[in-house]
Design a protein around this ligand. Structure first.
Ligand code: IPM
Ligand code: MG
Length: 355
């Protein structure tokens, strides 16, 4: 198979970790007889430095012309003073909306070897944590009308959803649930928000097509509590853009493995953008300390979702699992006193296990 991939290393540790994922992809291609071409795209702070904007039209177009995008991370304190529309984060939002990536999958799993890193009590995670946040990514308050009144003393951000936007992400959640434990929890604030009431109504209608998947609804305040009280309750959490932003940080933290978690942003065809859940960690950029595993696992998700290369995706995931069980640790996942290795060495350990 021929794959055309846009690489968006971005800022901070982005280039360090994307480099390792590329080594893994190249090795997989070599073993399984595929060919991969890459085009590098600037986005985020690096683009602000070079072109004065977080995302150029050219960058968006290069990404759009590829089969899939692999992204490192964007942002950092260097650009903290930059205002609203020109912030590095705007590059992410521009890629998501410009590429129509309405469906964000954020799995959160506890790796048994790393369970001690979870901040939750062993009794709370005894049954394991394996959940998937399905976050709506191109609508809601992130993209609604926003502004200030004339004298700047009041401001507004509008949250709006259409039934079509809700139905298409709901279908994605039910499809994902069919490959898991067949349980969808819709997280909303239907006791207060009209958009949430439309979500409940619409998801219930879509649910009729998925009689084999169970469905429940939870208010977002309660859900944030249940995530730390009884994370085992959850299989697929389906939610709107901002709630999904907040809950996916919470979900990833309870696993204690934030350096390990991958994500996919998808639409209805095979195109997708793949990135680690963690940020750009500018304090350790270029120091060969960052954990490349979340990005390597994002590359595996890319092979699975954009190229239907299940066997190859599995091979990467198995190599990561075997490295972990052999005690390979980067600094962030090493227990006190445990030996750890650098970014490139971790990449090499995984490469070695690919065959
Ligand atoms: C995320 C991030 C982004 C978001 C920011 C950087 C705009 O927090 O991907 O979760 O809020 O979506
Ligand atoms: Mg976030």
């Amino acid at each position: 198979m021929e794959m055309h991939i846009a690489l968006v290393p971005g800022d901070g540790i982005g280039p360090d970790i994307v480099r390792e994922a590329v080594r893994v992809l190249d090795r997989i291609a070599e073993i399984h007889g595929h060919s991969i071409s890459y085009r590098e795209v600037d986005a985020g702070g690096i683009s602000i430095d070079r072109y004065k904007v977080p995302l150029t039209e050219d960058a968006l177009q290069t990404a759009a012309e590829s089969d899939a995008v692999l992204l490192g991370a964007v942002g950092g304190p260097k650009w903290d003073h930059v205002l609203g529309n020109l912030r590095p984060e705007k590059a992410l939002l521009g890629l998501r909306s410009g590429l129509g990536l309405f469906c964000n999958l954020r799995p959160a799993v506890i790796y048994p070897e790393l369970a001690a890193a979870s901040p939750l009590k062993p009794s709370v995670i005894a049954a394991g944590v394996d959940l998937l946040v399905v976050r709506e990514l191109t609508g809601g308050i992130y993209f609604g009308e926003k502004g200030r009144n004339d004298d700047g003393t009041s401001a507004y951000d509008v949250m709006r959803y259409s039934k079509d936007e809700i139905a298409r992400i709901a279908r994605k959640a039910f499809e994902a649930a069919r490959l898991r434990k067949r349980h969808v929890t819709v997280v909303d604030k239907a006791n207060v928000l009209e958009t949430s009431r439309l979500w409940r109504e619409t998801v219930s209608e879509v649910a009729a097509e998925y009689g084999d998947v169970s469905l429940d609804f939870m208010y977002v305040d309660n859900a944030s509590m249940q995530l730390v009280r009884n994370p085992g309750h959850f299989d697929v959490l389906l939610t709107e853009n901002m709630f999904g932003d907040i809950l996916s940080d919470e979900a990833s933290m309870i696993t204690g493995s934030i350096g390990m978690l991958a994500s996919a942003s998808l639409r209805n065809d095979s195109f997708g953008m793949y990135e680690p859940i963690h940020g750009s960690a500018p304090d350790i950029a270029g120091m060969d300390v960052a954990n490349p595993i979340a990005t390597i696992l994002s590359a595996a998700m890319m092979l699975r979702y954009s190229f239907s290369l299940e066997k190859e995706a599995r091979a990467i995931e198995d190599a990561v699992a075997s490295a972990l069980s052999d005690g390979v640790r980067t600094k962030d996942i090493a227990a006190d006193g445990e030996e750890w290795i650098g970014t490139a060495a971790c990449g090499s350990e995984i490469l070695r296990r690919l065959g």
